[in-house]
Design a protein around this ligand. Structure first.
Ligand code: GLV
Ligand code: MN
Ligand code: MN
Length: 422
């Protein structure tokens, strides 16, 4: 049975090792049951008990595959398969198991399950690699419950101090430290050097599907700047308070939402601008709102353009504050410039698609990924596959089993090329 996945492709006379598409799909579907929502999505917020269940399942599968599992101080999980060459740096694959509050089955989960499927395929075929292989599940990629986003990979790459990350709190005041301890994933493993990092992911946008392309060869990712915005006006009575004397924080927020949209639609270089979170105080229908907390997420392919967007936002903030007679505090909570992946690893992804005869195109990631921070400490690259309607961060997120299998085959090829077959 062991050689079942060794198949000969018509366009190449040598046998090519291939992953098991059914096993990959079944793993994704089993994982998606943990935190499953009524609409077919997944709600597995980072460091909740549901996240623990997802982690536990992943760890069990890793142990069943003969991997040794280590957890570090921010809860990142590393599952290792030894190589044959002493001292060779591990080649890692991975992504994240946490989801958005109304997330889907594939964002993050795919990269982790694809890494595991690569290992299972090698086990079954009896293939050893010279360098060790690792599957990593990074903590709090989404940045939804706790900011900053890319927290686990950020700590690992030295972008954030561990203590800084552990001290962050959610809206209920629970810290990362408390949440991590309560789910039993505050580990002690120290960061180790990696030889390379590969991440497979659904595209989360429409390009691959619209162009009928199976593999996205990811050149890099947009830079991002995230802000927390605190607007302070004054609560007052909705009836007696004249319009011209109000200090309406929600009116100011509304104008800022429009400004964020205007900025993102007028700047070039894949400019994006989103207000995804808004909290109104006291949130009562007959009180002029005295306080609003909101967020701004700016993205761009060029760092200079990203900075220019922020400059305009600051001007807008000053203008809106003066005109609405409120104070507005803008606090930057995430910044990373546009990133580029390692040319030789990107080439491996290209070659992988070529080898299997999959259609491919170069693509830039609009989403953040752990690979962005991993690229700072090890050569890194990503493989994208299409998702239905380009929809992600949504419970209806969907992807075709054959595309997920194709991306995993490309991952397998790229990893083997880097790690070396023993
Ligand atoms: C991660 O999901 C992002 O916000 O790009
Ligand atoms: Mn993701
Ligand atoms: Mn996401």
């Amino acid at each position: 049975m062991g050689n079942l996945s060794l198949q000969t492709l018509h366009r190449d006379s040598t046998p090519i090792l291939q992953i098991n598409p059914d096993r990959l799909w079944q793993s994704l579907m089993a994982l998606a049951k943990i935190g499953a929502t009524e609409k077919g999505g997944v709600r597995r917020l980072t460091l909740t008990d549901v996240d623990r269940q997802g982690r536990d399942l992943f760890v069990r599968w890793c142990k069943d595959a003969g991997l040794s599992v280590a957890v570090d101080g921010i809860g990142n999980i590393f599952a290792r398969r030894p190589g044959t060459e002493a001292g060779a740096l591990p080649v890692a694959m991975g992504s994240h198991l946490d989801t958005q509050p109304s997330g889907g089955k594939f964002d993050g989960a795919y990269g982790v399950m694809a890494g595991l499927e690569v290992i299972r395929t090698l086990n079954e075929a009896g293939v050893r690699t010279q360098a060790p292989l690792e599957v990593a599940a990074w903590t709090n990629e989404e940045g939804s419950r706790f900011v900053p986003t890319l927290m686990g990979s950020g700590v690992y790459a030295g972008v954030y101090e561990l203590d800084y990350a552990l001290a962050q709190t959610d809206l209920e005041g629970i810290s990362v430290r408390e949440a991590l301890t309560s789910i039993g994933y505050a580990g002690v493993a120290q960061p180790h050097r990696l030889g390379a990092y590969f991440e497979a992911h659904i595209e989360q946008g429409p390009v691959l599907e619209q162009t009928k392309t199976t593999i996205g060869v990811v050149l890099g990712a947009l830079g991002q700047r995230w802000f927390d915005v605190a607007i302070t006006g004054q609560d007052s009575h909705a009836g007696p308070t004249p319009m011209e004397t109000r200090r309406d924080a929600l009116l100011a927020a509304s104008r800022l939402v429009l400004e964020v949209n205007r900025i993102a639609t007028t700047f070039p270089d894949y400019a994006r601008g989103t207000v995804g979170f808004l909290q109104v105080q006291p949130n009562s229908r007959n009180v002029v709102p005295g306080a609003v907390r909101m967020t701004v997420d700016f993205r761009n392919a060029k760092d200079a353009t990203l900075s220019a967007m922020v400059e305009v936002l600051k001007q807008s903030v000053a203008k809106v504050a003066a005109e609405c007679r409120v104070s507005i505090e803008l606090k930057e909570v995430v910044y990373f410039p546009p990133s580029e992946f390692a040319a030789d690893l990107v080439e491996s992804v290209r070659q992988g698609a070529e080898k299997f005869g999959y259609s491919q195109r170069d693509i830039v990631s609009g989403a953040a990924h752990d690979a962005v921070y991993m690229a700072r400490i090890a050569p890194s690259a990503m493989v994208f596959v299409p998702c239905e309607g380009g929809i992600s961060h949504n419970e209806i997120e969907n992807a075709r089993p054959e595309d997920l299998a194709a991306g995993c085959n490309v991952l397998l090829h790229a990893v083997l090329r880097r790690a070396g077959v023993a």
